[in-house]
Design a protein around this ligand. Structure first.
Ligand code: ADP
Length: 370
């Protein structure tokens, strides 16, 4: 594009001789129209033109998502630094000075076209990869969904028959067989947890629909914490629960928040040694409810803290591994908390203990998908 017809035909002929298809324009408006209609792969743009300067044409091209990626090489008779700097500032990729040197023009045009074409190829490949990833992800979801769902029935069947065997008169007093049945029950319970957690995680991934009702968070935490007291007592742990006497009214998904409390407290008990300490505290701070679950148990190594909320992540020490778990609980907890507009944080030192804090806004949580 150049307002001097001679320049246009000179450059045009030069390029046509190299088998490029060339579209010509003599002013900015015409150039923008041609670009919009034909989407060229490269634009050679004169800077000094009446009506609309080359800079302005370039700025308009760069502002339009349809044309912003087309490389622009500026052409000018002026060889001054100001010009060059501005050409790059408005989005030009290169600069040619008149009068043209054929070989220089060709080298610059070829170079920019190669870059442009390679970039487009990369974009296409990337898009294809994104599509393939989405497809695989969908397949993964469907697979986990149907596999875990299909495991529920056989599990229920196993549990049912274990119960029949346990209470069967012929083996009721047989300690050896009762021992085997205990092992089957333990394994099936573990599998049940995994199936349940995986189904929950899947639900979170596709976006959970919160079932909102108004309830007292103090009562909920008190109840969930007391449900775990027996487990703590079994391990002779000192178990403290501090919940305000007055209600903390919340509009939220009570079942799911019960799951949060349950998970954090049972983790604290699980990952704390016999005779250790676990405490649960609920308080109000800056318009938020803060749930703090603290223990002086195994703790978490610093390098594991970043990955703790990832699905299936488990801390890899012998003592942590010895505790039964799926590695899904905390990722579910995080999804639930975030679906309520809240956040979760953890402070921990290996061998010293851990503190998990959940912050929940007290403002009305909107029902819906998160
Ligand atoms: P899991 O089913 O394995 O307990 P979670 O997702 O609840 O899965 O926790 C992920 C991992 O984080 C656990 O496997 C454990 O290694 C570590 N972890 C969680 N809570 C604690 C805690 N209170 N103390 C020490 N480690 C913990």
């Amino acid at each position: 594009m150049d307002d001097t017809p001679l320049n246009v035909s000179l450059l045009g002929d030069m390029l046509r001789r190299r088998h490029y298809e060339v579209l010509e324009a003599n002013d900015g408006y015409q150039a923008l129209e041609i670009v919009a209609q034909r989407s060229p792969e490269l634009i050679l743009l004169d800077i000094n033109m009446p009506m609309m300067s080359g800079y302005e044409v370039c700025q308009r091209l760069k502002a339009d998502p349809q044309t912003k990626d087309i490389p622009v090489i500026f052409i000018s008779a002026l060889n001054d630094v100001q010009d060059i700097v501005k050409a790059f500032e408005v989005g030009g990729v290169d600069y040619i000075v008149k009068p043209f040197q054929v070989r220089e023009v060709m080298a610059r045009v070829d170079g920019q076209l190669t870059i442009y074409r390679q970039r487009r190829e990369i974009d296409t490949l990337r898009q294809r990869e994104v599509q393939q990833y989405a497809l695989l992800d969908e397949l993964r979801r469907q697979f986990i969904g149907s596999a875990t769902h299909d495991l529920k029935n056989p599990l229920a069947l196993i549990n049912g028959y274990v119960y029949l065997l346990e209470t069967h008169p012929k083996i009721q007093d047989d300690a050896e067989i009762q021992g085997y049945l205990e092992t089957i029950k333990r394994a099936s319970r573990k599998m049940g947890h995994l199936v349940g957690d995986m189904l929950d995680l899947l639900k979170m991934e596709v976006g959970i629909t919160l079932e909102i009702s108004e309830f007292d968070l103090s009562a909920l935490v008190r109840q969930q914490a007391s449900d775990q007291e027996l487990a703590a007592r079994d391990k002779q742990q000192r178990y403290t629960v501090i919940v305000p006497d007055q209600p903390i009214m919340l509009q939220a998904d009570a079942n799911r928040l019960s799951r949060v409390v349950d998970n954090l407290v049972s983790n604290a008990i699980k990952y704390t040694r016999r005779g250790g300490e676990v405490s649960v505290a609920l308080s109000l701070m800056d318009g938020q409810a803060v749930l703090e679950v603290r223990d002086n148990g195994l703790g978490i190594p610093t390098e594991a803290l970043d990955r703790l909320f990832e699905p299936f992540y488990r801390v890899n020490t012998i003592e942590h591994r010895a505790v039964e778990g799926t590695g899904l609980g905390l990722s579910i907890v995080k999804s639930i908390v975030e679906a309520h507009g809240g956040s979760i944080e953890v402070e921990s030192q290996l061998g010293q203990g851990s503190t998990f804090r959940v912050f929940l806004p007290l403002k009305t949580t909107q029902a819906g998908t998160a």
